[in-house]
Write a protein that binds this ligand. Structure first.
Ligand code: GTP
Ligand code: MG
Length: 388
């Protein structure tokens, strides 16, 4: 069997990138409706709060100088493309007077967020950061954590930062556990690789564990935003995208897989557009519109939905085992489902790869990427697999 042919002759003359434009429109609609996860960061100055959030989320939310003051010691950090809002505490030194002031501010902000009856503004989780290398765990810090876990209904995760995971830090983590502070979890992390001496580095670890644990504690309505915003647990994104695609397949085809007149191919494409936009959003890949257009054209041909419908019938259906042609001007329900599931698997696998490359600061060679996505799509079509 030949490779997918992708020269322009296959697409006809209606070469207007209509499908890519529709994906972007849909992506914008989804982004507007996505509710932010609101996370409060508490911890002494210099423990690593900023380093932590810059390592976990898709944008450097804690860059120096950014943010919007909420109270004297609390600052709201946002980024237009990242559906998470962080409330960062500044200046916590655990001097009794300042600690009291900060405690009051935290509790006031949390209570205010609830009084407004706008669930979008609730603080959903607190990451209380403690440095693993401190000499000892101070009493004032213990008091503050207990106050947070006892007097407010927001779940608290204790994040043990800059943790080398040597004997000393293990002891520190165990000691913290023995205090029974009422936190939902105590998670040691190294947010960013740490160079101990030249050539010897401790890699970043446990950020996916922190993200998983946080996601469990978040209300359903904000999980989607959080999964989009984080960049460290790619598997979480993949699973969310697969769940979405399964849900979508059932909604689009039900279980009966009715045949679809070939004249309805554009309608099929319109549905695929919605699915692709949702998958793109889950992965948080919104930045490179030109590249996204190229991918969509490489899958469907670059043209209107009608042209893409013809492209499917003349170029793609032949790859599906035992189908071969759109007999009698009809695309069987099974064919439509096979095509959609192959498309979902291809696109999800591809998005996961892109995020991996971004995380490793690897430059993506666009031509290689396009070649690869076409190969995966062909392989997935040939597999005849209806599952996601
Ligand atoms: N390599 C490495 N350095 C870290 C890590 N966490 C913190 N640091 C370093 O510790 C210093 C302080 O970290 P920040 O993230 O600025 O601490 P912070 O809690 O945001 O401090 P304030 O904003 O002043 O409250 C910086 O020099 C960081 O580079 C980490 O996981 N790995
Ligand atoms: Mg900071």
């Amino acid at each position: 069997m030949s490779n997918l042919t992708l020269n322009n002759a296959d697409y006809g003359t209606d070469n207007n990138d209509e499908i890519a434009l529709r994906v972007f429109e849909e992506l914008n609609n989804i982004a507007k409706k996505t509710v932010h996860a609101n996370i409060m960061l508490v911890g002494k100055t210099g423990v690593g709060k900023s380093t932590l959030v810059n390592s976990v989320f898709r944008a450097e939310l804690a860059e120096t100088g950014s943010g919007h003051p909420v109270t004297q010691h609390l600052c709201k950090l946002t980024h237009p493309d990242v559906p998470v809002t962080l409330y960062d505490t500044k200046g916590l030194e655990l001097k009794a007077s300042i600690q009291k002031q900060i405690e009051d501010e935290i509790i006031e902000v949390i209570n205010k967020s609830r009084m407004g009856n706008n669930p979008d503004e609730y603080i959903h989780c607190i990451w209380y950061c403690v440095n693993a290398n401190g000499d000892r765990f101070e009493e004032s810090e213990e008091e503050l954590i207990r106050k947070l876990t006892n007097s407010i209904e927001v779940p608290v995760i204790i994040v043990v930062t800059q943790c080398f995971y040597n004997e000393k830090s293990k002891e520190f983590v165990n000691a913290l556990k023995s205090y029974n502070l009422g936190a939902h979890a105590i998670i040691p992390v190294m947010a960013k690789e740490y160079e101990v001496i030249k050539g010897v580095t401790i890699p970043s670890y446990n950020l996916p564990k922190l993200v998983k644990q946080t996601c469990i504690l978040l209300p359903e309505a904000v999980k989607k935003g959080f999964i989009n915003a984080q960049k460290v647990d790619i598997n979480m994104k993949t699973q969310a995208a697969k769940n979405y695609a399964r849900f979508y397949m059932t909604a689009a085809f039900g279980t009966g897989f009715s045949p679809l007149p070939f004249s309805d191919a554009p309608a099929l494409i319109a549905n695929e557009v919605v699915m692709l936009a949702h998958i793109t959003h889950i992965f948080g890949l919104t930045a490179d519109k030109a590249f996204l257009s190229m991918i969509i054209s490489s899958l469907f041909g670059s043209g209107s939905a009608t042209v893409a419908g013809k492209f499917i019938v003349s170029n793609l259906i032949k790859f599906i085992p035992l189908v071969g042609t759109a007999a009698g001007g009809v695309i069987s329900g099974t064919t439509a489902a096979l095509l959609t599931s192959a498309l979902a698997r291809t696109y999800i696998a591809y998005c996961a790869k892109v995020i991996e490359s971004i995380n490793k600061n690897k430059v993506i060679d666009k031509n290689e990427a396009l070649d690869e996505i076409k190969k995966i799509f062909e392989k997935e079509l040939k597999s005849g697999n209806k599952d996601i």
